[in-house]
Each structure stands twice: as C-alpha cells, then as structure tokens.
Design a binder for this molecule. Structure first.
Ligand SMILES: Nc1ncnc2c1ncn2[C@@H]1O[C@H](COP(=O)(O)OP(=O)(O)OP(=O)(O)O)[C@@H](O)[C@H]1O
Ligand SMILES: [Mg+2]
Length: 544
C-alpha cells in the first residue's frame, strides 16, 4: 500500500473527509491535514514533506490562488490539484497557467484518483530529473576542479559542427583570452606546428574513423605571443554518431615544454660526451701507438745491444787466438829462414798453437750456438715437419731431460696429465715446456736442497691448458712484468742470457696461437700458465 501525505485546503469538513475516503479506497495509506487559512497553510507547508496538495477553489478567508502563490514562493515542487464545485473554465486555465497541475470538479470525483496518480508520478519524475541534474553538475564541477587543478588545459571538440570550446586553463596555458579564440576547428588546427600536424591528424583519424577511443600526441602548439609550446595532448571520444564516427572528442593539453627542453639538453650533452669520448679515445690510441712504437724500438735496442754483447766475447777471443797464431807463424817463418829454431822450440810452439786453435774453435761454436738461439727469437713460421705425439709423453720426456740434470737439489715432480690428448707437433711445444722447466730448475730452488714441481695438462672444450708450478723462491714482484723481455735475466754472467721466456712467449703466441702468463703463487713459488686452441692442425682426434 502506497503512503500518501496530503494537505487539504478545504473549509468543509465533510468534503475533506470524502476526498480522503476516495484516496484510501484507491489503496493509499493516507496521512493528511486540513487547513482553512493562510496562516495554517503556511505552518503546515513547512511542517512536513507533502506529496500532494488538494485545494478548494475559494474559501471564506483563503483561496487556491493564494495557496498556489505561497507554494511557488516556497520553491517546493508539490503536485497542486484544485477541487471545486464552481470553478469556471477560464479560471481553471488561469490557475493552470499559474502553476496548478490539474483541477477536478466535485461533481465528477471519479477523475480524482487518476489525476492524483498521474501528478504523483510526474512529480517523482521531476524529482529524479532534478537529482540527476544536481549530480551531473556536481560531477562536472568535480572534473573541472580536478582538470583545472592539475594544470591540464581542456578543449572540447564538436566534430559534427567543427566547433571547439576551451577551458580557462587551456586559454591561460597558451596566453589567450576567450575573445581570441574563434572557436572553429580550422582555427584550432592552425595553432598546431606544420611539422607536427600530420601525426596529430593521423591520431585524430584513428579515433574518428577507426573506432579507437583514445589518442595521445606530442606536438608544438602556438601561444598567443606566436611562440611554440610543446604539449602532450590526450583525447577521448565521448560521443559517436549513428554511422559509428566520433562526433565529439574531449582532450587535455599538458605543458611538456620543460621536459622537451631537458630532453634536448640531454641529447646535446650525450652528443658532446660522445664527441669527447671519441677525441679522448683517438688521443689515447695515438698515445698507445706511440708507446708501442717506442717500446718496439727500445726492445730492438736491447736486443741489438744484447746480441752485440753476447757475441763480442767469443768473437774477441777468436780474433785474439787467430791474430796471436798469425804473429807466431810470422816469427817461426823468420826463425826457419835464419835456422834459429830447434826441434824442442818448434814442439813447444806447436803446443801453444794447438791451444790457441782450440780456444778459437770453442769460441766459434759458442758464437754459432748464440746465433742459433738468436734465430729462435724471431719465430720461424715456416712449418717444420710435424708428427703425431701424445701430450703426456712430450711432457714426461721434457721432465726427464731437464729436472733430472741437477743433482744438488732433490726435485720431486708431480704430474696430472690427460694422457688422451694427441697433437700434431713440430717440436715447438717441447721447446716451450723445456724452457719453463729449465727455469724452475735454475732459478726456483736457489739455496735449497729440495723442491716440488707440478705439471698439469688438460683439455677444456676446444682449448688445451698446461700449467707448470714450483714451490720455490718466486720472482721479485718488480720483475714479473719484465721476464718475457729479451735478455732479462737475474743470472747475468752465470751462463744465462735471458732468452728462455722470450723465445717461449714468441712460440706460444706466434706458432701455437695461444697465450702464456707467469705469476707468483700465493703459497710461494711461480706458476706458468699456457693455453692454446685445439686447432685441427694441432690436435688429432680419435687417432687410435
Ligand atoms: N721458476 C722461476 N723461479 C724464479 N725465477 C724465475 C723462474 N722462471 C723465470 N724466472 C726469472 O725470470 C728470468 C727470465 O727467465 P728466462 O728464461 O727468460 O731467462 P734466463 O733463464 O735467465 O736465461 P736463459 O733462459 O736464456 O738461459 C730469470 O732470469 C729469473 O729471474
Ligand atoms: Mg731460462
């Protein structure tokens, strides 16, 4: 049962009761009040939220017209129906014009309930509309507040009419007044930078014809003073026509000129940095080239001086021996001419000459030996005859040939060798291993009676690793960098020339295409690491 609050303006109590009975019979739970004067009407009007006012046309001290006036002034929207015995048509029309919603003659009260039902319904509709419009206004106000507050300029594009409306924030962002803007779309387009317009039109087109709902574009937009301002434009389709094309788009402009300026600055800085790095790299590589050149010249100088020094002694001895021999032969020839030499004298001369000749011979072979080693410094790339060898066997034979030479130090050799590695070798690897083992023997254990040498060899993927370590005295840290230099030796004048590691280095890098390194071990002693690729020329797979 619907409840109904009815304010009845009626001087006749029985008429009022009849009206209420009719309404109750129609199914309403009626709550009512009856008033006869203006004062009572005013009081009741504010006292309750009435759903309906039913008013007699004329009362002794009041009237429907006066009541309607008061209702209008109160700004309340309450259905107002006149119920009267004697209202003429003219008066009824006038009352309707003044705001009355309907009138019912007391003679035809059957119209009352339909009139009430309709007016209640219409009032409810009006109330909903009012509520909706208030909510809409509030929501619009909130959005405006949010958009304007965030600094976004808003523009509203009516595509069908080619009209554009701008928010105050949009105008102030670009320095315009309302009157500056023509409000048509062509003018709006003319504010976009000619270089950017194509991409913006593409974005618009996507939205208008291809049913994209949003777009995003960055472009330069013209300010009132003629300058260009970078903006981020985000737009959204808010209406589409029956053909599916967008008919209205609302967009925001965010000022990104500072961000663009910083981006530009960053690009310039990066360019600057790149240019500086290029310049520095060129300077550095020129300096390195220069250094390498100087080093090469210095090394050549050392090499030449070293060779001259080493050869000087045997050659000097040879010259001395032969010139002495030559002088003495002259003397002998003279003595023979004069018959001044005895048999005994000749014999002692012969002993002297033999010694001189042997000395010249010894020094000649020493010079030949030296020249042989010098030749090894310049690695001979021409391949010597290669043969298949087992890496383990090569290492064992090198160990036998070197470490067992010396008797004053007892050297224990520990090996860990992958015996399956087969190589094609022309003897270069043997030379390298021997040079390193010789060093261990000659330099590592000075002043000691025993020592350990460890040799390991293995294959990992496509490379062979050989390490030779000792637990000897190690190398002075200053010397570590120089041990591969030609003629660097700490045993000058004791039979060492400082060529062993130079030749080993040249063989490993030049022939075996690998690397060799030497370092002191933390536990004491020296560790030499050799690595070279399993070139098909070097390694034989599945030989057996
Ligand atoms: N295992 C080692 N322990 C200590 N010092 C070493 C060792 N191996 C090399 N050295 C140092 O490196 C220097 C250079 O070695 P390198 O083999 O080139 O020349 P050398 O042995 O002195 O002379 P050469 O090998 O020509 O007879 C040596 O003089 C030595 O000081
Ligand atoms: Mg050596």
């Amino acid at each position: 049962m619907n409840s109904l609050c009815v304010l009845v303006v009626e001087d006749c109590e029985s008429d009022a009761s009849l009206i209420l009975r009719i309404l109750t019979k129609a199914g309403y739970a009626v709550l009512s009040a009856r008033v006869e004067t203006e004062a009572e009407f005013r009081a009741e009007l504010t006292h309750r939220d009435w759903d309906l006012i039913l008013s007699d046309y004329s009362l002794p001290g009041f009237s429907a017209d006066a009541a309607l006036n008061i209702l209008r002034q109160s700004a309340r929207d309450i259905p107002f129906i006149i119920i009267s015995h004697n209202i003429g048509e003219e008066a009824a029309v006038a009352m309707m014009k003044s705001g009355a919603h309907d009138y019912v003659m007391k003679a035809s009260m059957s119209r009352l309930v339909p009139a009430v039902e309709r007016e209640i319904r219409d009032a409810a509709t009006r109330k909903d509309r009012r509520r909706f419009s208030i909510a809409l206004k509030e929501s619009e106000a909130r959005w405006n507040f949010a958009l304007e507050g965030s600094g976004y300029g808003v523009w509203d594009w009516n595509i069908a009419e080619a009209k554009v409306i701008y928010s105050s924030c949009w105008l102030s962002m670009h320095g315009y007044q309302c009157i500056d803007m023509l409000g048509n779309f062509e003018h709006h387009k003319s504010l976009i930078h000619p270089d950017d317009i194509n991409q913006v039109e593409l974005a618009w087109d996507e939205c208008i014809t291809h049913r994209a709902t949003r777009y995003r574009a960055e472009f330069r937009s013209k300010d009132h003073d003629g300058g260009w301002r970078w903006v981020l434009n985000r737009g959204m389709v808010v209406e589409r026509g029956l053909d599916g094309k967008a008919s209205r788009i609302i967009s925001t402009h965010a000022d990104i000129s500072l961000q663009k300026k910083n981006e530009q600055l960053l690009v310039e800085l990066n360019g600057d940095l790149e240019r500086k790095i290029c310049e520095r790299t060129a300077e550095l590589s020129a300096a390195l080239d220069h250094l390498a050149e100087s080093k090469k010249l210095a090394a050549l100088g050392v090499l030449v001086t070293g060779i001259a020094h080493e050869l000087n002694t045997p050659l000097g001895n040879i010259v001395l021996g032969i010139s002495t021999l030559s002088d003495e032969l002259e003397t002998l020839s003279d003595q023979l001419d004069r018959g001044a030499i005895s048999r005994g004298g000749l014999r002692s001369q012969l002993v002297q000459w033999r010694e001189n000749a042997q000395m010249a011979l010894r020094n000649s072979s020493r010079a030949a030996d030296l020249i042989d080693r010098f030749k090894q410094i310049a690695v001979d790339q021409v391949s010597h005859a290669k043969r298949v060898v087992n890496l383990g066997e090569i290492i064992e034979s090198c160990i036998d040939a070197t470490l067992n030479l010396r008797s004053s130090v007892e050297i224990k050799c520990e090996t860990e060798i992958d015996q399956s590695i087969q190589l094609m070798s022309a003897g270069h690897l043997e030379q390298v291993i021997s040079a390193v083992l010789m060093n261990a023997m000659q330099h590592a254990f000075q002043g000691r009676t025993s020592g350990i040498v460890e040799v390991k060899a293995m294959r990992v993927d496509s490379e062979i690793f050989i390490s030779i370590g000792d637990n000897g005295i190690g190398i002075k840290s200053d010397f570590c960098q120089r041990v591969f230099d030609p003629f660097f030796t700490t045993k000058l004048g004791q039979g060492s020339m400082g060529l062993g590691l130079t030749i080993a280095h040249n063989l490993v890098t030049g022939i075996l295409k690998g690397t060799i390194g030497i370092a002191n071990r933390q536990s004491g002693g020296v560790l030499v690491k050799i690595k070279f690729p399993c070139d098909p020329l070097n390694v034989i797979e599945d030989i057996y």
